[in-house]
Ligand binder design. Structure first.
Ligand code: NAD
Length: 260
């Protein structure tokens, strides 16, 4: 079968990177189940997409095991197959280590790490029917430690390892598993937690000198789900303007050493 007619389940798809990924799948002729905890935004998004034949809305908390299994059952009932799962739903609590409450720690881990674990558990039986792909959305914060991200960064680092663990074990079921690690992307999440000062610092630290676009993340996600990536599994693709590669690329040294 051509890629057109395939089915993707995207979590956290009501807005931001998840919505951009959903739109990319639709543009490529896929059908898409959009899962999100935010009912109002998801309903508005479904209305705006205006593609009732090709879409399915799932109002679900990704950390709720029963609801996640029911959501995958709804995908099966509606579309009869599943070719890709994008574990994108995530939350950020940016606080100092000693100010992060046990409740905040537990919720961030539940959504960002347990959520992808549960969705994979629920979706694997459908994905394995014809083979498929999973893309976990981690973060540059899971590759490099920085301040205020004790829960968020740890959840994303663990999701990076979960990606490799799943890739190794699910390969025999013809399920590829990769991760996309975004650098800063101008989504509602970034707007909520990135102050003007943080934005300035990021610009200084990113070789391409700008935030990423949601569509640039969607392109990487789509690639890893497509047949173009048929021999790629267990990889983490940083889509970050070179942020991860820069290492100790001190802003001052980079400015002096800029090629003209
Ligand atoms: N924006 C960035 O700069 C950036 C950088 C690195 C990584 N990321 C990661 O990319 C992913 C998407 O981020 P975004 O910026 O688009 O965020 P966003 O906040 O704009 O969108 C996230 C979506 O996930 C949904 N969601 C949150 N908790 C959920 C839950 N428990 N169950 C179901 N849905 C839930 C939200 O309602 C929202 O619609 C996240 O995993 C995030 O950690 C984002």
């Amino acid at each position: 079968m051509t890629e057109s007619g395939r089915v993707a389940l995207v979590t956290g798809a009501a807005r931001g990177i998840g919505l951009a990924a959903a739109k990319r799948f639709l543009a490529e002729g896929w059908r898409v189940a959009l899962l999100d905890i935010d009912k109002d935004t998801l309903r508005a998004t479904m209305k705006a997409l205006d593609a009732p034949e090709a879409t399915l809305a799932l109002e679900v908390d990704i950390a709720d095991a029963t609801a996640v299994f029911a959501a995958v059952a709804a995908v099966k009932a509606r579309f009869g197959r599943l070719d890709a799962l994008v574990n994108n739903a995530g939350i950020a609590v940016f606080k100092p280590v000693l100010e992060t409450t046990p409740e905040e720690w537990a919720r961030v881990l539940a959504v960002n790490l347990t959520g992808p674990f549960l969705a994979t558990l629920a979706a694997a039986p459908l994905l394995r029917e014809q083979g498929g792909a999973i893309v976990n959305i981690t973060s540059i914060s899971g590759l490099r430690a920085s301040t205020l991200r004790v829960a968020y960064g740890t959840s994303k680092a663990a999701l990076t390892h979960l990606t490799k663990q799943q890739a190794v074990e699910l390969a025999s079921l013809r399920i590829r598993v990769n991760a996309v690690a975004p650098g800063p992307v101008d989504t509602a999440m970034a707007k909520a937690v990135h102050s003007p000062e943080i934005r300035r610092d990021y610009h200084d630290a990113i070789p391409l000198n700008r935030y990423g676009l949601e569509e640039e993340l969607a392109a990487a996600i789509y690639f890893l789900c497509s047949d173009q990536a048929s021999y790629i599994t267990g990889q983490v693709l940083a889509v970050d303007g070179g942020f991860d590669a820069a290492g100790i690329g001190l802003p001052t040294l980079r400015k002096d050493g800029r090629n003209s």
